[in-house]
Design a protein around this ligand. Structure first.
Ligand code: CA
Length: 337
């Protein structure tokens, strides 16, 4: 997958990523356009380094409408004292910065979905150029990568940190140890609908420890979910040995997505009425939600039934749904992996 192109990245950091102390700057990507002939996209980046030690790469807003990552990481970048750090923390609070500015999942420039654009291309669109820079210039610096996600404007999740089943079992163990250290209320062994193009896959294929999250959604972030994100980032830095101390653990409930039966997709347009809330149990065959036709009264809703026993781990938002939308995700409570 990692066919490193010899073509140099057009991205220039305005700070020295290898310098000691605190640096706030940008990844500057030339982007010529109507309102700025020789303009650039300026992606905020912060590096906090002190002496020898591992490097953590912390990223948010890989999808532009997911807010726990940016909320935790703008705060961490502002407050982390290099004297507390052994090694280096690289913080990119809003990876798909054009999308983040627009409050949209994908970039308004090229409709690029950052987490379907990896490993990226140095000669691609703006989103692919950012991805390529991350792949070839940031991830190789890192020992551990934390990429914050939540559901954005069209999904809402139970708050969990997650890792994937990996071909390298020793690496998988390291990833789940980091998930446990993050200490979200839930911890997931995550199955992807399609792992191609994800930062996750790129980092994992480079042999690094990778942790992702789904910490809520519905196009906003709550005090609770931001608190989970802040504590999790601190815990991960402690786990990596970059911050002193032991992770501030809290009880977590382990979840597994054992097969594609956990996903349900709408086949109808209409008004969605859930029969379960996030975290509630459902048995195979029970109704998860009904979709009502909204053109006239008197029509029966379409019933969506669980294909397996589980708890509701994610659900569609807002109240109207279209055929093809992800309606729900079920997961099963399990022992720690
Ligand atoms: Ca996401």
């Amino acid at each position: 997958m990692l066919t490193a192109s010899p073509r140099p990245s057009p991205v220039t950091p305005t700070i020295d990523l290898s310098a000691q102390g605190v640096q706030h700057g940008h990844l500057r990507l030339p982007y010529s356009r109507d309102d700025s002939a020789w303009g650039s996209v300026m992606i905020p980046i912060c590096v906090i380094a002190n002496g020898d030690g591992p490097t953590a790469l912390l990223t948010g807003a890989n999808h532009g409408d997911e807010y726990e990552g940016p909320a935790a990481l703008f705060e961490l970048a502002r407050t982390l004292d290099p004297a507390e750090v052994s090694g280096r923390v690289i913080i990119v609070p809003a990876l798909n910065y054009p999308a983040f500015r627009a409050g949209t999942r994908t970039s308004p420039i090229d409709k690029g979905n950052m987490n379907r654009s990896f490993p990226g291309r140095p000669d691609g669109n703006v989103t692919e150029k950012i991805a390529d820079y991350v792949t070839r210039h940031l991830v190789p610096l890192a020992d551990i990568v934390l990429d914050f996600h939540s559901g954005g404007k069209t999904l809402d999740f139970l708050p969990y940190a997650a890792a994937h089943e990996l071909p390298d079992k020793a690496q998988e163990v390291r990833c789940f140890a980091a998930v446990a250290a993050f200490s979200a209320p839930y911890s997931m062994k995550m199955l992807e609908i399609d792992a191609v193009g994800m930062l996750d896959t790129t980092v994992e294929e480079m042999g690094k420890v990778f942790v992702t999250t789904e910490l809520g959604g519905a196009g906003t972030a709550s005090a609770r979910s931001i608190g989970i994100a802040r504590r999790g980032a601190g815990n991960l830095l402690k786990h990596a040995g970059i911050l002193a101390g032991t992770p501030e653990t809290a009880p977590t409930r382990w979840l597994d997505m054992p097969s594609a039966d956990c996903f349900s997709f709408a086949q109808d347009d209409g008004l969605i009425a859930f029969e379960r809330d996030l975290g509630e149990s459902v048995r195979a065959g029970e109704v998860i939600a009904r979709i009502y036709p909204i053109g006239k009264t008197g029509l029966a809703p379409a019933e969506y039934r669980a294909a397996m026993d589980g708890v509701l781990a994610a659900r569609h938002v807002p109240g109207l749904i279209k055929a093809g939308d992800c309606l729900s995700v079920l997961a099963v409570l399990t022992e720690a992996p």
